[in-house]
Design a protein around this ligand. Sequence first.
Ligand code: AMP
Length: 280
Amino acid sequence: MIPVVKTIDEVRKYVKSWRREGLSVGLVPTMGFLHEGHRSLIDRAVSENDRVVVSDFVNPTQFGPGEDLEAYPRDLERDAALCEEAGAALIFNPEPEEMYRGALTTVSVDKLTKVLCGKSRPVHFDGVCTVVSKLFNIVTPDRAYFGQKDAQQLCVVRKMVKDLNFDIEVIGCPIVREADGLAKSSRNTYLSPEERKAALCLSRALSAGRAAVDSGESSAGAVKAIVRAEIEKEPLARIDYVEAVDMDTFEDAETVRAPFLAAVAVYIGKTRLIDNFIIE
Ligand code: AMP
């Protein structure tokens, strides 16, 4: 059975022994309740590294007050079975105490974190950057794998790695979707059957935006309007944001020019879902 390790010291022991053998190490940071989106990251990591560590940690510092920290779904046993089947070497599943006992330090990336999800989730990216920095220092991977599902997170982590000189290659992986288009997410489990149908408005709207780009629409404002109009047709949806930005700067895009990110966050009932498309 794949080892499930609770302490930083134990992770370090494993990694040191692998390093002594000259093995490469990949890291897949997750909050658990793993699905095929996570699995795609683990598969890629297993194919590119000798040993893969999956962190499985519902990181409290990236949740704001009133968000779903307590309700966040957890199933370590199922996660362990998935990681084992995928060929990962180790699961790191610390308690919050192990990660944050007495901690006074926060890692913060400016500017890129003030827009899109950062507007409605002001503490979120500090929590992400701090925990990812800690995981990088604990596991010291050669490569770390992140999903394009959280496109802003991927860009913020890339910037942090560059600015803080982490000697780690950050690898972005495509969005894995359900057969009907909904982006896979641990939070999809919150949706009632009626909300699950309504949640399709995100991918439908982004597909409409993408189709407009593919047929020559070059105004970012027009693309946003198409996406917004499609979501607004869904009575159970409440838009948090519909944005189109330059992916290097996260400044509003006027024209659709690569690297371009169109991203949405939408409440379906109480569940906040995100999705996006990228022109690279
Ligand atoms: P989470 O457990 O939601 O924090 O996600 C852990 C990692 O898996 C992040 O890098 C996510 O971007 C990635 N991920 C989550 N859902 C998907 C998906 N549907 N497709 C690809 N990657 C995903």
